[in-house]
Design a protein around this ligand. Structure first.
Ligand code: 5GP
Ligand code: ZN
Length: 114
């Protein structure tokens, strides 16, 4: 999608601070981190919100989680703990309409989230 910020990162128009890439997934550091580790894990395929994912995207959604857990382990937070979250639409505070997992680690997380 041409006017999507994260699609521009996928197609190279904008260069993110990349931490992982494969054929399906890109991961990069959040520009406004809310934890010592704050990585966004996105599919290269444009999916606007979690509501727009279809059955054919099931593997891709799983892969986002696998990449996030791998990055958490690589960063040394597998045992200590971390949070993986995806916001959907306004009530959850979704600002960028290209789905992304937030991987948050390095501080104590609060529950329930704000
Ligand atoms: P959302 O609120 O949609 O779940 O999360 C969007 C995230 O994208 C926010 O954490 C925000 O800081 C991050 N973000 C917005 N614009 C940019 C950008 O240009 N570069 C990077 N790396 N992150 C961004
Ligand atoms: Zn997009």
């Amino acid at each position: 999608m041409t006017d999507c910020l994260f699609c521009k990162m996928v197609n190279g128009e904008i260069a993110p601070d990349k931490v992982y890439e494969d054929d399906d997934v890109l991961a990069f550091n959040d520009i406004n981190p809310v934890a010592p580790v704050h990585i966004l894990v996105i599919p290269k395929k444009h999916i606007s919100t979690l509501n727009d994912a279809e059955d054919e995207d099931t593997m891709l959604l799983g892969k986002l989680n696998r990449v996030a857990t791998g990055l958490a382990e690589k960063a040394g937070f597998a045992g200590e703990g971390y949070r993986v979250v995806m916001n959907c639409n306004d009530a959850a505070g979704q600002a960028v309409h290209h789905i992304h997992l937030h991987l948050l680690a390095g501080r104590q997380m609060t529950w329930p989230p704000g």
